[in-house]
Design a protein around this ligand. Structure first.
Ligand code: HEC
Length: 214
């Protein structure tokens, strides 16, 4: 009786060792990245897609193309805030400031686009004597250095955005940055210098222009 009890005990301990060995060996996998036995795998590894990873149908990329009519980030793509009204024109004249620096490079870029988009009406020196009014019934635009001498940059931008009377909008031909460049060049044709622009506050130039109109 005693003997069989002892052999039962040693059998139980051998079985115990065997089970322990299986459990221990179970955690030894050939894949070094394998976490071994996982009780609730979703808690260790999230089922969500990795940023810019793969996995989504139909293209396989986790990043989708933007929805239709999305607006790309960046100053050039923001909607223009001033409406096409007299009040919008005045507000643009007061508040809009050229974000670009007055330097030779920007003025030269503005001149290049002026020669493409403006010269045929406004003329080389901005006197309103381009080939279109010279050779047709189209009226001469006002000269930059006379009728438009005190026009502030914000009003120019507004008129390029929406157009003004016989001049059409130039919003689809040029980006906002290109329009601000062309405005720098137009200001040289107004006879302005870097000094004038630094010393003229937008409110002053707007009221000067208004004073002229009356
Ligand atoms: C089809 C001919 C034509 C073209 C092209 C044209 N303009 Fe004009 N522009 C005019 C006429 C006409 C006016 C006068 C509008 C009015 O006040 O009735 C004018 C007015 C302006 C004014 C004064 C706007 C205001 O608020 O009083 C500016 C500034 C101006 N143009 C700049 C430009 C620039 C810069 C370009 C090129 C990007 C350009 N224009 C292209 C015909 C043109």
């Amino acid at each position: 009786m005693k003997k069989s009890n002892a052999s039962m005990k040693s059998f139980a301990s051998i079985l115990g060792l065997f089970v322990l060995g299986v459990v221990v060996l179970q955690s030894c996998k050939s894949d070094p990245n394998s976490p071994g036995f996982e009780y609730m795998p979703d808690m260790y590894r999230s089922p969500s897609y990795e940023t810019y990873g793969t996995g989504l149908e139909p293209t396989g990329a986790s990043a989708r193309v933007p929805a239709e009519n999305s607006i790309a980030m960046g100053e050039d793509n923001l909607p223009y805030p001033y409406p096409n009204t007299f009040e919008g024109y005045e507000a643009a004249g007061m508040n809009l400031k050229n974000p670009l620096a007055w330097n030779d490079e920007n003025i030269a870029k503005g001149k290049a686009n002026y020669m493409r988009f403006c010269v045929h009406c406004h003329g080389k020196k901005g006197k309103g004597d381009g080939t279109v009014p010279t050779n047709s019934e189209y009226p001469n635009p006002p000269a930059y250095d006379a009728g438009l001498k005190d026009l502030p940059a914000g009003k120019m931008f507004h008129s390029l955005q929406w157009g003004k009377n016989l001049m059409g909008s130039h919003a689809s031909q040029m980006t906002k940055t290109e329009r601000w460049e062309v405005i720098l060049y137009v200001q040289t044709l107004q006879g302005k210098t870097a000094n004038d622009l630094m010393n003229v506050a937008p409110a002053d130039s707007a009221s000067a222009a208004e004073g002229k109109e009356q």
